[in-house]
Design a protein around this ligand. Structure first.
Ligand SMILES: [Zn+2]
Length: 297
């Protein structure tokens, strides 16, 4: 197979998996928003049809603003961010996906997640909110003691929008210091709330020498779908890996789950289906190179 065909196949499989992961109401919402935006833009440009210069200028401005909004919102669009400000999560390469958990730690959720990970020998990354971590320091220490990665998700879950770079830098700097004191080790990784980024945030991150960690697949676990629906979304993230690929030891996609919900310190409604789906998903996560088990991948 030529390199181009292999690349096209990879892109097609990635799009198929993304479509399988995104729930129908979200797809419908996206179609509605894009449809409305295209209709509004078309109408506006039609109104300005006699003023071509204004039409072109306004069209270009809308496309630029739309592109910037898309870049801010879409965690997979990482262009324009310096390599030194981005991080690939260094999780064991024999795991088919790299699991990440945001918005915790939450007593009654994170401890069960850690139990399940330990049972199946899977490592994950936890992007914690510092105010929750300060309330549950023993859970953060357990993450580290059991070989997981701890990263910063912010002091709280506020979005970076309408905050100046200096303010973001001060807030993230303080949050990192507090988390480092709790962990007793340096914290280098940061995942912004909802994966939102903008120019001010990227500048603040670069000044603090933090490294941004996004994700490849979110599975909308916080919508609290039935556990088997969530499991089907999780299974869709599994790469089709051949024996040859496995020997290359390329890290799998980064998948986002939540062991909390925003700033709410309580046990969220999605915890039960998320834990049930996780327990069923974890046994599928290790690469199995034995020929007899290859068909399971
Ligand atoms: Zn979050």
């Amino acid at each position: 197979m030529s390199a181009e065909a292999a690349y096209a196949g990879k892109v097609a499989s990635s799009v198929r998996r993304a479509l399988a992961v995104v729930p129908a109401p979200v797809k419908l919402r996206v179609v509605r928003i894009v449809g409305l935006a295209v209709a509004a833009l078309g109408g506006l440009l039609w109104l300005l049809r006699d003023v071509p210069l204004l039409q072109v200028g306004l069209g270009a401005l809308i496309v630029l603003l739309g592109g910037y909004a898309g870049w801010c919102r879409w965690p997979r669009w990482r262009w324009g961010i310096a390599r030194a400000s981005l991080s690939e999560l260094a999780q064991p390469s024999d795991q088919l996906v790299r699991l990440t958990f945001d918005d915790g730690p939450t007593l009654g959720v994170t401890d069960h997640v850690l139990d399940a990970l330990r049972e199946h020998g899977v490592k994950a990354s936890f992007f914690v909110l510092v105010q929750k971590a300060a309330a549950q320091p023993e859970l953060v220490r357990r993450m580290l003691a059991e070989g997981h990665i701890v990263g910063l998700h912010g002091q709280d879950h506020r979005l970076p929008f309408f905050r100046r770079s200096a303010e973001l830098q001060a807030s993230l700097g303080t949050a990192r210091k507090e988390l480092e004191a709790l962990c007793g080790q340096p914290i280098a990784l940061y995942r912004p709330s909802h994966g939102f980024k903008n120019v001010a945030l990227v500048r603040a991150v670069a000044a603090l020498r933090l490294r941004l960690c996004f994700w490849d697949y979110g599975v909308w676990d916080t919508d609290a779908p039935p556990w088997d629906v969530l499991l089907a979304r999780l299974r869709a993230t599994l790469p089709v890996r051949t024996r040859r690929d496995a020997s290359v030891r390329k890290p799998g996609p980064v998948v986002l789950l939540h062991d909390g919900l925003g700033d709410d310190p309580g046990i969220p409604a999605h915890a039960e289906p998320m834990l049930a789906a996780l327990r069923a998903f974890l046994p599928l996560l290790r690469t199995k190179l034995e020929p007899a088990q290859d068909h399971q991948l």
